[in-house]
Ligand binder design. Structure first.
Ligand SMILES: Cc1cc2nc3c(=O)[nH]c(=O)nc-3n(C[C@H](O)[C@H](O)[C@H](O)COP(=O)(O)OP(=O)(O)OC[C@H]3O[C@@H](n4cnc5c(N)ncnc54)[C@H](O)[C@@H]3O)c2cc1C
Length: 398
């Protein structure tokens, strides 16, 4: 049925195709990969054949040329089954591929996009550092231009999804790296973007980060750049020009993280609703109890509210542009906490069964928490929204 979340026949078909594929290929492996803290690299590569790795990329480079609504559909469907795998997908398809598609030059796009759209290469994005997260301009990784035009990159990046691809410590095939390249005349940090490729001397994995609360089916790594020589051709955009494309890409990233929350909320609701019918206590179905009704009723309303806000934002978001963050921050602020609360309600409704892996919601509950931190903390969204509304009072009256 066409609605806000499936506005055209193409969107509806995409959702059906992805949902079917997820049921067949993602669902059966989700629990095991969470338990073993393993990323399913082969499964990710196979998404290239479906055209999903270059969702927002021009067809000329091997992409599917789809919009922000399509991005939400794919992230919602993946996350309803395996949020950890969905996070690894997001790091590749949006943090790397979408960024390159909208901000790379022709030579970079011609050389790299076909490889990342097919799944031959897996990409990552490295912004965060051990001592700088929300405070992006506090980064210390730096790049210095050499006499021959190459750049010498030094520093460490932390929490990088897809930074390591397997248990042998193989680094991501290509990483979108933000580094300090100087200061402007007013003393402000200048940040530039570099494409670092596997095999470049001085690029390595520091460690695979283990024992995460959730999102354990995605690999998270510390990356090390030690006198890493980056060719001049691998500078993205202008020297010192990162901020604009960083902000533009954060908007679609935050919307997609909200769509992942929607997938979590939907699945948790599905599980608690079924369980409340099946389970009896004191001679009646537990869905007859008022306190259970509160969990289900409130979860339904939150789920419907997040769905409407996410797809409304998606239908207005123009890919590749900055300046739309009021609602990309807004949806992530609302949906991530809503997903966590719905997963929590599901666990409560399901009692002891909700607390064990076989019934899925304990994994969703653990995975949901990351969404309140990664890609911008709740506090950073609150700050951005409040700042923007100071200048955009009209947005309230629209
Ligand atoms: C599993 C996982 C995957 C990740 N993947 C990636 C990735 O692929 N690439 C990447 O670059 N990063 C990645 N990250 C990093 C993530 O984006 C950061 O953790 C996040 O931005 C927060 O940064 P931080 O952890 O340094 O916390 P900090 O920024 O140090 O924040 C600590 C606390 O202080 C608060 N705070 C900070 N500044 C303010 C302020 N001005 N006002 C009010 N409160 C404030 C924060 O909201 C938070 O509550 C990942 C993280 C995790 C855990």
């Amino acid at each position: 049925m066409h609605d806000l979340a499936n506005p055209t026949e193409a969107h509806l078909m995409l959702r059906e195709m992805v949902r079917e594929w997820v049921q067949e290929h993602v669902e059966p492996q989700a629990h095991e990969h969470d338990r073993l803290e393993r990323f399913n690299l082969d499964l990710m590569r196979s998404m290239g054949e479906l055209g999903l790795l270059g969702l927002t990329v021009d067809e000329a480079y091997g992409g599917a040329n789809l919009d922000a609504v399509a991005v939400c559909i794919v992230h919602e469907e993946l996350s309803a089954s395996d949020p950890g795998f969905a996070l690894a997908y997001l790091a590749h398809a949006l943090l790397f591929v979408n960024n390159l598609a909208f901000n790379g030059d022709d030579a970079q796009k011609e050389r790299i996009l076909p490889k990342v759209c097919s799944g031959e290469w897996i990409g990552a994005m490295a912004m965060s550092e051990p001592d700088a997260g929300t405070d992006v301009l506090g980064l210390s990784t730096n790049a210095v231009k050499q006499a021959d035009g190459t750049w010498l990159l030094n520093g460490r990046k932390m929490w990088i999804t897809n930074g390591v691809l397997d248990e042998e410590g193989t680094p991501a095939d290509v990483v979108w790296v933000y580094a300090r390249t100087g200061e402007d005349e007013r003393g402000r940090v200048q940040m530039s973007t570099f494409l670092v490729e596997a095999g470049m001397p001085g690029y390595s994995v520091g460690q695979k980060i283990m024992d995460k609360t959730g999102m354990r089916a995605s690999n998270t790594a510390e990356l090390v750049f030690q006198d890493c020589v980056v060719p001049a051709a691998n500078l993205v955009g202008d020297e010192g020009g990162s901020l604009l494309h960083m902000m533009g890409n954060l908007e679609i990233e935050r919307l997609a993280l909200a769509a992942m929350s929607l997938g979590i909320g939907r699945r948790a609701l599905e599980e608690m609703n079924q369980y409340a019918t099946d389970r009896t206590a004191f001679g009646s179905s537990i869905r007859d109890f008022g306190q259970i009704q509160r969990h289900i009723g409130e979860s339904w309303a939150k789920y419907r509210a997040m769905r409407a806000y996410i797809y409304d934002t998606a239908s207005n978001l123009v890919l590749g542009q900055a300046g739309q963050r009021l609602d990309s921050d807004g949806v992530k602020l609302y949906a991530t906490t809503a997903a966590k609360e719905i997963a929590d309600a599901a666990m409560q409704v399901m009692g002891g069964y909700g607390y064990v892996a076989e019934y899925h919601v304990e994994r969703l509950w653990r995975d949901a928490k990351l969404l309140e931190i990664g890609g911008g903390t709740l506090e950073s969204h609150q700050k951005n929204i409040t700042r923007d509304l100071a200048k955009m009072h009209d947005a309230i009256l629209r």
